[in-house]
Design a protein around this ligand. Structure first.
Ligand code: DGY
Length: 333
């Protein structure tokens, strides 16, 4: 067990909200941050981790056996600066006794849930399309038939994944907009059922009933392409898909087909299957971008001041706990 007064070396792969960095420095630890305003190149990462006791990477840094080797056997913790941790090889970390943590907190969950709800409202009221229209100088006079959308009130929201973020989305939907709620999750969420009258359904049934489907699952082998051709076929033709989880949860090719054939009414995506590319198949001429009923945001669902600071503090608190020989606050699991 490390002595509480021992000073350690923390390597941070990119500068971000600095409350956590300050906490680590205040505790007397040496914190090195990759200096450039870019995601750290792989070769640089492998060089710079040498000798670190804690590594604080971004979700864009692949953390695997090669990184663990490059760091050395003293490496104790990977404090991933994200709620998701599909960029970290958990099996390899466990084998080496390295703790992996993520950064869930009310602030992050709130930010993602708000963003998902903002996308839902923007789809319903055709905000993005109308914005482009007005900015292009095409508004020449009021018309009763222009940009007809749909009300959200009374519609059914289907949550796939009813954990912390899904539950916050549920609250907004039911208390703020009188929506009906259905959810699909490996676990029962009794609070959601009691407080918001939510019904737990198998995914196919949920897709058949929902007007809006919002995804809140982690990326796991079992959730890769969870939404593919069969699932789009189960959705209502008037329904919308919202994805603020991880890109590969949706089979993007199947989504393109569903949009082209008008199998669904539209989609809003904050994450992409081959991120940062918007379309996996670059020869496919960036088709997702061409649909007016598709809203794209560049993985910013947790990009609020409140969320970023909270993520910074949670990452630091996890590192400090491990340095003090205590259990991690938010182990990745
Ligand atoms: C997360 O936390 O996993 C988000 O996707 C990035 O901030």
């Amino acid at each position: 067990m490390p002595s509480p007064s021992k000073k350690f070396f923390v390597f941070v792969t990119r500068r971000f909200a600095d409350s956590g960095i300050k906490a680590l420095q205040k505790a007397g630890h040496r914190v090195e941050i990759y200096e450039k305003d870019e995601n750290i190149p792989r070769t640089e990462l492998l060089k710079r981790v040498k000798g670190c006791d804690a590594l604080l990477p971004l979700l864009t840094d692949r953390i695997d056996a090669e990184v663990f080797e490059a760091a050395g056997p003293q490496l104790k913790i990977i404090a991933n600066y994200a709620v998701g941790f599909d960029n970290v090889d958990l099996v390899e970390a466990r084998k080496r006794g390295i703790v992996v943590t993520n950064t869930p907190s009310d602030a992050v969950n709130e930010s993602v849930a708000e963003h998902a709800f903002a996308l839902l409202l923007a789809l319903a009221h055709r905000i993005s399309e109308a914005d482009q229209f007005a900015k292009a100088g095409k508004y020449t006079g009021w018309s009763p038939t222009q940009f007809i959308g749909t009300d959200v009130r009374g519609k059914t929201l289907g949550l796939i994944g009813a954990g912390r973020i899904g539950s916050m989305m549920a609250k907004k939907a039911v208390q703020g907009f009188d929506m009906k709620l259905v959810y699909a999750d490996a676990h029962e969420n009794l609070l959601l059922e009691r407080d918001y009258g939510a019904a737990r359904l198998p995914i196919t049934k949920l897709l058949q009933q929902s007007d809006y489907v919002s995804l809140h699952v982690p990326l796991l082998p079992s959730t890769r392409h969870l939404i593919s051709t069969a699932e789009f076929s189960s959705m209502k033709k008037t329904a919308f898909l919202i994805n603020t989880s991880r890109g590969p949860v949706v089979d993007e090719k199947a989504l393109l087909r569903a949009l082209k054939t008008k199998r669904i009414a539209g989609a809003a995506l904050d994450v992409f299957e081959c991120e940062p590319a918007i379309d996996c198949d670059l020869t496919d001429t960036l088709e997702l971008r061409t649909f007016l009923n598709v809203i794209l945001t560049p993985h910013i669902a947790s990009a609020t001041i409140e969320a970023r600071e909270a993520m910074s503090m949670v990452a630091a608190q996890n590192i400090l706990a491990i340095f003090e020989g205590k259990p991690a606050l938010t182990p990745a699991k």
